[in-house]
Design a protein around this ligand. Structure first.
Ligand SMILES: [Fe+2]
Ligand SMILES: [Fe+2]
Length: 349
């Protein structure tokens, strides 16, 4: 059997190669340089961390050639439904989780049936929606990085699933599910979307407005796609030049989306202006109250609350009452009646 191995580290390449070497001809390359030029192979094994956006971008780059190979086995670093959904979305025919044994890998290479490691497991709808949401955000980020158009219809459908889950199971369940299963920017975007949906529901927004709101929430930080993870995930304070770079994300997001089919002026406005404050102290355009739309005001409150309560490995999660207090203390920046209306969402729903 001719097997090609792609990995995101030399250690992974040599581990997988060592397992297969006695059973056929093995070639390999690192994901960063992967070209998959040799078409005459029976199977490809990808041992990569799908939590790394660069890896997803690299896989998408070789997607066409990858799909021509009959068996595509992904070995993932962690057992998670999100990574599994992502792997199948990227073309996996089977998914395994490290550490993988030799016998298991050989059996999977020979097995022709499509194989979902999670098949038959009972998962709650919320987990499903969160996994689909995270996969959607991941693919949105990698599209923007690769200069490919983003799929607005797909994002709308995913937003609808998140809205259903929040409406059915309540915000608290959504927050718990997302914080338990997702990290970093994906976690943040999912939290903002759930909070914005619940805020919108509590305000009695129309269906059309609610849809605008969750689309805006899913897209709002898309400009972070261009910012290195070492800065986005840096524990503690950012240096001034790092902060300046982070603050480019609303305008960068706007630029990335402005020519996208299906994008509306109000969505672009939300992406560009979700860090503006009523008193003119926000960025990038230092807008004053009269230029900040209702949907942006709702989004901004949801965004700040999500950032305060998100789960980070290096800091404890801020309790919801304390996060709400922080928002209440932002005098002059946020709309007072909206902050008051947010109380229920923040504390009890
Ligand atoms: Fe942001
Ligand atoms: Fe944000």
């Amino acid at each position: 059997m001719r097997v090609h191995v792609i990995g995101d580290s030399l250690a992974k390449l040599s581990t997988v190669r060592a397992m297969l070497e006695r059973n056929g001809s093995i070639t390999s390359e690192l994901i960063g340089d992967a070209e998959l030029k040799n078409g005459s192979i029976d199977a490809v094994v990808l041992a990569v961390d799908l939590g790394v956006v660069d890896n997803i971008t690299a896989i998408k780059r070789i997607e066409k050639r990858l799909h021509r190979i009959g068996r595509r086995i992904f070995i993932l670093d962690r057992r998670s439904r999100l990574s599994t959904v992502q792997a199948f979305a990227l073309g996996a025919t089977a998914v395994l989780f490290a550490p993988v044994g030799r016998a298991q890998l050989l059996a999977t290479l020979i097995d022709k049936k499509p194989h979902d490691a999670f098949a038959g497991e009972i998962t709650r709808d919320g987990q499903e929606a969160a996994a689909i949401g995270a996969a959607c955000i991941a693919s949105m980020f990698s599209s923007v990085m690769g200069g490919a158009p983003i799929d607005v219809k797909g994002i709308r459908g995913t937003g609808q699933k998140i809205a259903d889950s929040v409406a059915e199971d309540g915000l608290s369940n959504w927050l718990a599910t997302v914080r338990r299963h997702h990290e970093g920017t994906y976690q943040h975007c999912l939290l903002v979307t759930g909070i914005a949906v619940d805020f919108g529901l509590s305000l009695g927004l129309s269906r059309a407005d609610l849809e605008r709101l969750y689309l805006a929430a899913m897209l709002h930080d898309i400009g972070k796609a261009a910012i290195p993870l070492t800065i986005l995930d840096k524990p503690g304070r950012l240096e001034p030049h790092e902060r300046a770079l982070v603050e480019t994300h609303p305008a960068a997001g706007y630029e990335a989306l402005k020519d996208t089919a299906g994008m509306t002026p109000e969505l672009l406005d939300a992406v560009r202006h979700h860090h503006e404050f009523l008193d003119g102290s926000g960025y990038p355009d230092a807008l004053l109250a009269e230029n900040i739309s209702d949907i942006v005001r709702i989004l901004t409150i949801s965004d700040i609350f999500a950032a305060l309560i998100e789960h980070r490995n290096y800091k404890p999660t801020m309790p919801r009452p304390q996060a709400y207090q922080t928002i209440q203390g932002m005098n002059g920046k946020l709309e007072k009646p909206l902050v008051t209306a947010f109380r229920d969402v923040a504390l009890t729903r």
